[in-house]
Design a protein around this ligand. Structure first.
Ligand code: C2E
Ligand code: MG
Ligand code: MG
Ligand code: MG
Length: 281
């Protein structure tokens, strides 16, 4: 039928495209305003060492408190911010806010844990290490409080350039982890060439444990490879005791997921620290 009336289908097509584009522009200008209006907030999700159940870290995850739509999850604006370049300003705000928060905990005498910040490929530029160093200095924050989570896509750019940036970050004493590990397409040989501290097994594999044999095999292989390479390994998206049992047996170091805690606003996260997570010896 489309062939019988080509004009019409073209008209529908461009109208759809227009709507998509208008929607994107609406979100982008909204996000730009949100940055200025203080509508972004960070939630924090704890990471635990398997075995000791000690809190060993937390991940900062951005949320947009939209005036009419309520709390908007990052999946609805981060990918767009990455294509428009606005992610750079979002990322600057996130790093600033995370360091400010960690410095508050440091001053309050909270036993140190690493606070991880997600960094998109577009933020991973030569100016990043200096910005990190400057932020740490301004807050007098010990670098052992900070970790950056990057994805494999970041590593697929110019090797020399990326290695230089990673080495510089490493020199600062800031940890680096490889997020969503197992979902990218890059060669495994980069694992020995880049200064990475931790592999994060992607949630899509954790979800299949223990029912899906392939997911179990992939998670198990990532864990044993990480151990042989001297890297730490964490599984994200752990929701059940069965998953935890499998990961413990397989030798996984750390876990993060709803089984322990969802990402929480600062007040609730601090209550968790006070009432639960810091009490486990
Ligand atoms: P990610 O870095 O892989 O973060 C893990 C996501 O899994 C988070 O979603 C977290 O809430 C969710 N999650 C954790 N445990 C569980 C679980 O047990 N079950 C389920 N179903 N989900 C779990 P969130 O907060 O919606 O963030 C989504 C993605 O948005 C992040 O994936 C990250 O790629 C991106 N993102 C979030 N904050 C930032 C940021 O500040 N900067 C950048 N560049 N990206 C960010
Ligand atoms: Mg992450
Ligand atoms: Mg992840
Ligand atoms: Mg993931």
């Amino acid at each position: 039928q489309a062939a019988a009336n080509p004009d019409r289908s073209v008209a529908f097509y461009s109208q759809d495209m227009n709507q998509g584009m208008q929607e994107r522009m609406r979100i982008e200008s909204g996000l730009r305003q949100a940055l200025g209006n203080g509508e972004l907030i960070l939630y924090y999700q704890p990471k635990f060492e398997i075995g000791s159940d000690r809190i060993v870290g937390a991940e900062a995850l951005v949320r947009w408190v939209h005036p009419t739509r309520g709390i908007v999850p990052p999946g609805e604006f981060i990918p767009l911010a990455e294509t428009t370049g606005l992610i750079v300003q979002v990322g600057e705000w996130v790093l600033e806010q995370a360091c400010a928060q960690a410095a508050i905990w440091q001053r309050a005498g909270v036993p140190p844990f690493r606070l991880a910040v997600n960094v998109s490929a577009r933020e991973f530029t030569a100016s990043l290490p200096e910005r990190v160093a400057d932020t740490l200095a301004r807050y007098q924050l010990d670098p052992s409080w900070l970790e950056l989570e990057i994805t494999e896509s970041t590593l697929m750019h110019d090797f020399e350039r990326v290695t230089g940036i990673m080495d510089h970050i490493n020199t600062l004493g800031v940890a680096l982890s490889l997020d969503d590990f197992g979902t990218g397409y890059s060669s495994l040989s980069y694992l020995k060439r880049f200064p990475i501290d931790t592999l994060k097994i992607d949630r899509s594999f954790t979800t299949g444990i223990p029912a899906d044999g392939s997911d179990c095999a992939i998670a198990g292989t990532i864990i044993s490879m990480a151990r042989q390479l001297g890297l730490r390994v964490i599984a994200e998206g752990v929701e059940t005791v069965e998953q935890l049992d499998f990961l413990r047996e397989a030798g996984c170091d750390e876990v993060q997921g709803y089984l322990y805690s969802k990402p929480l606003p600062p007040v609730d996260f601090e209550r968790g620290l006070r009432e639960n997570w810091l009490l486990v010896a």
